[in-house]
Design a protein around this ligand. Structure first.
Ligand code: UDP
Length: 259
């Protein structure tokens, strides 16, 4: 366990947020405002934070992969990335106040970084994508300090060099866009020796910022239909999306077996 597992360890002035269990994965009950407040507070206290934004697909994968489930238990804060996880909480008799999509959280972190002169490192996506994403983010967030970037298609033999580069640059925030669950497994392995105060896996966010992929319109998310938009616009994701009916099935099964 790193410094301060939010659930079990007293973290001084930082009050551990309550959690709800979704198919064995503990999700913190936080609004966006509360999450950002918590991240600031943890930074002030010198606590490192590995933040995971978990969607239904990640929860299903964790159910099939004990190593991933174990990794998610090591994260300092886990929030609900999508409406599926929020729905599951309600169905299982719990409560999650809202969905906190990784890309929106990352955009809030970027605003915070630009305002308070915190440095950000961008790791992931295809070569050239991080550069375009950074260009756009810097234009939209004057004063943003970029510590560095690296694409996400590196060989195992290059990993150590990348880690040493990041460690040497000492960014305040590390955004890891290697896709789920690779980014979660990567951070679980490396968070302890990266020395970064705050890291979060952000999936395909760099592609969106770079203008390569269009984000689903907000109304699809509000209706819980973001998956349908993605299926229509990115049909090659169909196989991965089979995780969604499996998620619904497992949640309903868990509801009835708990009775
Ligand atoms: N990616 C990467 N290295 C890999 C595999 C994927 O950097 O070995 C990147 C990929 O280019 C994309 C992101 O990870 O930018 C995954 O995007 P996706 O929309 O699939 O995210 P997810 O749905 O997994 O959150």
């Amino acid at each position: 366990m790193r410094d301060g597992d939010m659930g079990e360890v007293s973290t001084g002035r930082v009050k551990p947020p309550p959690k709800v269990d979704i198919l064995g994965i503990p999700i913190h009950q936080l609004t966006q405002e509360e999450l950002l407040g918590l991240l600031r507070e943890r930074r002030k206290m010198g606590l490192t934070t590995w933040l995971v934004t978990a969607n239904a697909e990640l929860v299903v994968r964790a159910g099939d992969n004990p190593a991933l489930a174990e990794a998610l238990h090591q994260a300092d804060v886990v929030v609900a990335d999508g409406s599926g996880v929020v729905w599951a909480a309600g169905t299982l008799g719990g409560f999650l106040p809202e969905r906190l999509p990784g890309i929106e959280i990352a955009e809030e972190l970027i605003k915070w970084a630009a305002k308070e002169a915190l440095t950000v490192y961008f790791l992931g996506a295809e070569p050239g994508v991080a550069e375009s994403a950074i260009e756009r983010l810097c234009a939209e967030n004057p004063g943003l300090l970029v510590a560095g970037y690296h694409h996400g298609y590196f060989a195992d033999s290059e990993e150590q060099r990348i880690i040493e580069t990041i460690t040497g640059l000492k960014p305040d925030i590390l955004l890891v866009a290697l896709g789920a669950p690779r980014q979660e497994l990567w951070l679980d392995r490396n968070m302890g020796h990266l020395g970064v105060p705050l890291a979060v896996g952000v999936g395909g966010s760099f592609d969106v910022w770079a203008g390569r992929v269009k984000r689903a319109p907000a109304w699809t998310g509000d209706l819980g239909l973001e998956w349908l938009y993605r299926l229509v616009t990115q049909p090659w994701r169909a196989r991965r999306m089979l995780a969604l009916p499996r998620f619904v099935y497992r949640v309903i099964k868990a509801k009835f077996t708990a009775r």
